[in-house]
Design a binder for this molecule. Sequence first.
Ligand code: ADP
Ligand code: MG
Length: 564
Amino acid sequence: MADNVELTGAALLIDALQENGLNNMYGVVGIPVTDLARLAQLKGMKYYGFRREDAAVNAAAAAGFLTGKPGVALTVSAPGFLNGLTALAQATKNCFPLIMISGSSDRHVIDLDRGDYEGLDQYNVAKPFCKAAYRVDRAQDIGLAVALAVRTALSGRPGGVYLDLPAATVSDTVNKKSDTKIYQVVDPAPKQLPTDTAIDRAVKLLKAAKQPIILLGKGAAYARSESEVRELVAKTKIPFLPMSMAKGVVPDDSQFSAASARSFSLGQADVVILIGARLNWMLANGESPLFRDDAQFIQIDIDATEFDSNRMIQAPLQGDIKSVLQKLIPALEKDNVTAPQDWLDQIKQHCEVNNTKFAQRIEEAKERASLGFYSAIEPIDELMKEHPDTYLVSEGANTLDIGRNLIGMQQPRHRLDTGTWGVMGIGLGYAIAASVETGKPVIALEGDSAFGFDGMEMETICRYKLPIIVVIINNGGIYRGDINVVNSQPGPTVLDHEAHYGDIAKAFGGDSYRVSNYSEMKAALQKAYKNGRPAIIDAQIPASMGAESGHIGNLNPELDLSQL
Ligand code: ADP
Ligand code: MG
């Protein structure tokens, strides 16, 4: 390129993203970023246009988790930015690397509060909701801003970064290529290793353990540590439990899985090894009765401030999981650390009892003439066994809970769900990213309520002709659809139980199925999978099925509704 060519901020942004291997962008365009997205396509990036910003930003977040590079999202100013902000916050909570870029108003209008079209001080609004926010006021700084955003999103604990792009910077020009400072970030997530002393501490603890257990979190999946984690389990025979998005790091059907004896094995464990999992609400904040009061903890995490955040961590191991395990495994081997056989036998016994009960429950459900959660979801497990490279996205209350237990995963990073906040509305955005980033078929298993948050993205799925099968378990409500409290209005949890959700797929050229028992569900799923086209499978189950708040009813304050 000649030295005197004028380069716009928009062009530089695209060059800088591509220089860092970021070639997909998920967004919703409008003022002031419409031409920026066009230019991205012209310059060879893939731009995926959504119907709402939160779904687009969710897609970028999922892309970050799946690829280990920051996903890139694009929104317009103020309301578009705010719609995207929930997903930016969520990505940060989930430790997914993401760069959300929003067009914004120019500072001289915003800072004097003169009133602008969609005017908001986005840069300052974003700060508490992401790992870091940066604003680029001059086109010549864009290379640096992108490098900083990539570095921040990926290094240490990954998370969301906000990049504020004032309209003036989009069209601002630099006329010398040499002034643009565009470069590829070197080693964006440097390896980190604990000291020998820290390793020894963990080995000693495990050597003395009578009832050790490994708890795998989505950090282990993100860290691409599956070969090390599998080696750890195989060599030490320590049983493991996966958090939902860690399913598949070690295959669910491994003989060392304690998943069918979860509360027994956690409740009895004397030493717990946390690998990329936080002791947050999902693990009762590390408290009893889920854990023993005298249980001791080894925790592997990239972020040292995570240690002691909920209870004492006797052996903290700060570092990236892959490197830590590469150092820990030989040390354990040297000391012949393995789980005692009687502990394995106890867990096995509990698993067998529970597995028998569970299998019986599934068999009964399959034979019933009508459809319920089990008979609607079991065919997905059967399909995943045949095609373990299929991606699964899941959300809902009971749909999520039951699907988590029912659907086995064989491969890492193939399950995406409601994550650290347990939030609804991630389903179709995550499914779109899984399909775009991997090229594999995707099943999005949705409760009818969860689907409602981003259902319009069915149009996006159809427009890009993605092989995504959306399964909607329709019990006509949030949790369940049969509780009315006054005669004059539907109850607060009630949704349309008679809805024909499949028609939404049809409206955009996708396929539609409606099923009413196990064998119809099985046949529809197999057919939709074979066709490889966008589809909705509408699985209506009774409105009375479903526990309020699913498995976390304890978090929902119950009032005495007779006391007005
Ligand atoms: P889950 O919800 O599955 O229990 P969390 O999201 O609570 O998992 O925990 C993930 C943890 O993994 C976070 O504390 C995060 O700091 C950590 N983490 C993420 N990436 C890495 C990595 N490469 N190495 C070590 N720890 C990591
Ligand atoms: Mg429902």
